[in-house]
Design a binder for this molecule. Structure first.
Ligand code: HEC
Length: 157
């Protein structure tokens, strides 16, 4: 009888052990699972040839539509820090965030649209990259809007 109980106890222990192993296996499978998220239209995956092509200079033709698009996207993504005229006086600056340089600085006036696209894509210093939020075509649109703000000299319209 004692032997039988001991045997049951052992097999219960063994059962518990194998249960733990199973849970671990499941947990480690879950860790590599990724939720399926459908790609929004116009998305270009990182590192793809299409993305490289979309970021290659000279970029899309500068049309009134592209500039209008750039102005709208600039207002959404850049104005909070850089201000509506790019003078580095966005609303978050008044709340204590580091103030960005004015686009009217001599150094930044010399930036080509391609360089501005590069800053949006990769970030710079304390500025985060925006590659995951702004499509390549929109980066060009924003860059040309920045060049227009510089050409206008930061004057209020
Ligand atoms: C959260 C605030 C914030 C947002 C939003 C932001 N920037 Fe910046 N940006 C900064 C700061 C801060 C710097 C200064 C970075 C540094 O030199 O450390 C900067 C610097 C820059 C520069 C100058 C880089 C250089 O070489 O000195 C450019 C150009 C620029 N931003 C463009 C943009 C554009 C275009 C957008 C919108 C897509 C944008 N930024 C959005 C904070 C921001």
């Amino acid at each position: 009888m004692r032997l039988a109980l001991g045997f049951i106890g052992l097999s219960l222990l063994a059962a518990c052990d194998s249960g733990t192993e199973q849970r671990d296996a499941v947990a480690s499978t879950r860790a590599v699972q990724r939720a399926y998220v459908p790609l929004p239209p116009g998305t270009i995956s990182r590192g793809s040839a299409a993305r490289q092509a979309a970021l290659a200079p000279p970029g899309p033709a500068v049309t009134p539509e592209l500039l209008a698009r750039g102005e709208g996207r600039f207002r959404v993504f850049c104005t909070p820090c850089h201000g509506p005229r790019g003078r580095g006086d966005g609303t978050v600056v008044s709340r204590g965030l580091p103030s960005p340089p004015s686009y009217l600085d001599e150094r930044l006036r010399l930036y080509s649209p391609e360089q501005i696209v590069g800053v949006i894509t990769r970030g710079r210093g304390r500025m985060f990259p925006y590659a995951d939020r702004v499509l390549p075509e929109d980066r060009w649109a924003i860059a040309h809007h920045v060049k227009r703000l510089q050409a206008e000299g930061g004057a209020d319209p």
